[in-house]
Design a protein. Sequence first.
Length: 386
Amino acid sequence: MIPYWRLSAYYFFYFAFVGAFSPYFTLYLQSIALTATDIALLMSLMQLMRVLAPNLWGWLAERLGMRLAIVRLSALASLAGFSVFFITTEFAGLFAAMALMAFFWSAALPLAEGLTFSHLGGDGHRYGSIRVWGSVGFIAAVLALGHLLDHVPIKAVLWATAAILGGIFACALALPEAERPPLQHESVRLGEVLRRPQVQALLGACFLMSAAHGALYVFYSIFLVEHGYGKALVGWMWTLGVLAEIAVFMLMPRIMKRFALRSILLFAFACAVFRFVMIGWGADSLGLLLVAQLLHGATFGAYHAAAIAVVNLWFPGRLQSRGQALYGSLSFGAGGMLGGLISGYTWEALGAAWTYTLGSVFALAGLLWLLLGWRSASGHDANGIE
């Protein structure tokens, strides 16, 4: 039987961490007098480690067969790394703490995704109904902490985030191992998969999509507060985007039956082009910001669900963990790091509007790469990829 609730609980706490950390930790860093460049550098460590760590841990999991053990170790070590934030505000100490926490935290998700698909087996379409609990966890954390921070000091972010990391560790201990696919000598090799033009186009486009989101994840909360919006509204704006994401996750089984995965991805990239221009130039219009947040359902929800489904199909058997690690490290890792670092520079040099416009340029480049590099076949193949 599928351990639905144990998997769902892990996703709940894993993304509750994102809901507490991403929107509010930058406000904490700002409160201890760090510059925008320093903040961007620290936050980019999360993406840098998502380039390095998943591939290392994925390789170890494949070689040693210790997938679940690594997920548990990463949870405990992440909590240990984060605890350093309680004892220092010096940049060197913050840098070391962020690097340690990010190295272990980023190791877990690709392995957990592979574990989930192993449990699902032929019921891969049920992934969205499990992953949606991650979005619920994000909402619970971002709303609760947003309201709390209107009444308590910003340092409460540290305590709330540490508690959530403890929850991740508890859920990791409860996760069961799944049967691993048998090693087959005739299975396709990693290099062979990576030489396919459509695979290169997908991974390259995913890199650019994450770069497009760089300024959103680093500066969106600061952006709203500087335009006069309260911290509670900041929480609601993040929540609105995730509610749209949840709706898309729940609808994805139907959407995937009606549309090819390639078409879903192209639509998501087109939405991203419009979304970041709207954020950058529509800051004084709450209506435009609301529409832009609703587009998160496409630019993350539909995009991620379709991309991870393609990766699961194109990296079969024991390549599954490596494929998920590559997807995570090249997109959320390398792409997110590039977007975050560039936004730290352009935020001070060019301003918020042009920084978000650059995000739209990244999304447009990804759209063109996907369109030209992954040619559409006539009709759909057996997997509905197109």
